[in-house]
Design a protein around this ligand. Structure first.
Ligand code: ADP
Length: 164
């Protein structure tokens, strides 16, 4: 039986840190679903469609990685999709408290779903979508921290922002 894991996040936008977790997740699981999990009341820089598109364009193992979006309860999505695992990444200690809470509530909601954590690669431990957006919005280069296509999209977004 194949093991399917769901890797949820905002991916606003996808970074090389996310891609590292996807690449390493594929060494453990047969298939991954990268899930753009969004809150309709939250503001994002990129639309859901843009985020899904950027992920699709940057992942290499297309047969084993699927991309989807959902605003519902994560454990329900996991069940519905035939997965049994939630995959998450851990960077600094600051991630830990939130992730611990999420793992516990998800386990309470569905005891058959396990959350598995991968430690960030040392090259990516300071890479977050938030810090990337901050640097890019001020005109800083984020090359090497995000896929080239994301660099391009960020440039477009903030150029339009400056003109508007
Ligand atoms: P962020 O926290 O960067 O806004 P997401 O909400 O999209 O990103 O995060 C989705 C998952 O990916 C979370 O488990 C997060 O800890 C993990 N993640 C994000 N960036 C990295 C990174 N640089 N290294 C390892 N894991 C990461």
């Amino acid at each position: 039986m194949k093991t399917v894991a769901v890797y949820p996040g905002s991916f606003d936008p996808i970074t090389n840190g996310h891609l590292d977790i996807i690449r390493r997740g594929l060494r453990i699981f047969d298939e991954l679903i990268v899930l753009v999990a969004y809150n309709p009341n939250k503001q994002y820089l990129f639309s859901i469609e843009e985020r899904v598109e950027m992920i699709k364009e940057t992942i290499e193992e297309k047969e084993r990685v699927h991309v989807d979006a959902s605003c519902g309860l994560l454990v329900n999505y996991v069940k519905k999709s035939g997965a049994t695992i939630i995959l998450r990444g851990l960077r600094a200690v600051s991630d830990f408290e939130y992730e611990f809470q999420m793992a516990l509530i998800n386990r309470r909601l569905d005891r058959e779903v396990e959350t598995v954590y991968l430690m960030t690669g040392y090259k990516w431990f300071y890479t977050s979508s938030q810090i990337i957006k901050e640097a890019a919005s001020l005109g800083g280069s984020v090359k090497g921290l995000v896929p080239d296509i994301v660099c391009e999209k960020l440039r477009e977004k903030y150029m339009i922002g400056r003109k508007g």
